[in-house]
Design a protein around this ligand. Structure first.
Ligand code: ATP
Length: 333
């Protein structure tokens, strides 16, 4: 059996991973692709990732019922950092007859010499480097020449060692999708349809994964002395957004300043509102981030619009604000 091993954080898995793996499978006539979510990857901080169980479950769901594809939980049981070489040795032991193809992206291959026992990986499996058309393939040839002894380029992009193992530089369609982008969209309550399989989307929704944005937004408002900060959970109640974050400021100037600071903080991370309304006189400002809408009021107007009364059936979370002092600047409307 010719088996492609494709490891990744898969936080979450997406069509970029799946499509490129499928193209490798076809190009190298592999019988199966085994997707291996990494438990504690050495190059990423596991604390910043969704728990392993969730990443594995999403990977399983992405390929459920798909011919040639399987999710393998092999890294679940091992303690400590998940080194690819250890995984490979274990798989080799468990499947002595299998011919393994170790698949990785060109972004990872460029750093292969920093991997534990990377030469041994090439001794146990052929290596398949997935690259994009505009990648610098000569850079990758240089990595092969520098890092691996005794390989000759026998056909374009195919290096064969004296022992008959191979390194393939394989061009694939690199869909412009990343897990980071998906996490960011989800955190803003935006759609991720057609970026990852429907079952993965449902799993993320059911388990509330990557939903940090609403809390962060509320916290940013609080940090800027927003008062009586409240989150209304409108999921299932509203068609146009999932959450309202409501707060007030003591003056129009305060409201204006808060809105600016909040937008500034998020735009540093590349997150911008779809629209902002009410900025001219700042008696109220609405910042629409898609799945989350922030309503900032000048204090006397909050009661007048009474959004909490209008949406009284929505579950509500109140954040306690600090005792913001009213400065002189803050006092005039
Ligand atoms: P993140 O955005 O969290 O860094 P990611 O989308 O790059 O994640 P990983 O799980 O880190 O996904 O990727 C595992 C492997 O998949 C890497 O070797 C990477 O090169 C490859 N890969 C990631 N995105 C794509 C894509 N859109 N097309 C092809 N390969 C991809």
């Amino acid at each position: 059996m010719r088996i492609g091993l494709f490891g990744g954080a898969f936080d979450p898995i997406h069509f970029g991973h799946l499509r490129s793996a499928e193209e490798v499978r076809e190009a190298l006539a592999l019988d199966e692709i085994w997707l291996i979510p990494t438990a504690h990857p050495p190059h990423k901080d596991a604390r910043d990732m969704a728990p392993f169980g969730h990443r594995l479950a999403m990977t399983e769901m992405a390929v459920k019922g798909m011919r040639h594809f399987r999710a393998i939980p092999i890294e679940a049981e091992r303690q400590g950092l998940s080194y690819s070489i250890d995984t490979l040795v274990e798989l080799k032991k468990g499947h002595p007859g299998a011919e393994f193809y170790f698949i990785l992206g060109s972004d990872a291959f460029i750093w292969i010499t920093s991997w534990k026992d990377y030469r041994d990986i090439a001794g146990l499996a052929s290596i398949v480097v997935m690259g994009r058309p505009h990648d610098n393939w000569d850079d990758m040839r240089n990595v092969v020449a520098r890092a691996f002894d005794g390989y000759k380029e026998e056909r374009q992009g195919v290096f064969i060692s004296s022992k008959g193992l191979a390194i393939y530089l394989q061009q694939v369609t690199h869909l412009d999708i990343s897990s980071t982008w998906i996490r960011r969209l989800v955190s803003m309550g935006r759609s991720v349809r057609f970026l990852t399989p429907e079952a993965v989307i449902k799993y993320m929704e059911d388990n509330g994964l990557y939903r940090g944005f609403v809390q962060e937004l509320a916290w940013r408002i609080l940090e800027n002395k927003g008062e009586n900060v409240v989150i209304l959970d409108l999921r299932g109640l509203s068609d146009f957004t999932d959450y309202f974050v409501i707060a007030h400021g003591r003056s129009t100037r305060h409201v204006h300043g808060m809105a600016d600071k909040v937008q500034e903080a998020f735009s540093l991370k590349g997150v911008r509102p779809l629209s902002v309304e009410g900025q001219t006189d700042s008696k109220w400002i609405l910042m629409d981030y898609g799945g989350v809408v922030a309503h900032l009021f000048y204090e006397p107007l909050r009661g007048f619009y009474d959004l909490e009364g209008l949406w009284s059936q929505a579950p509500k979370t109140c954040l306690n604000g600090p005792d913001g002092e009213v400065t002189e600047d803050d006092e005039e409307i």
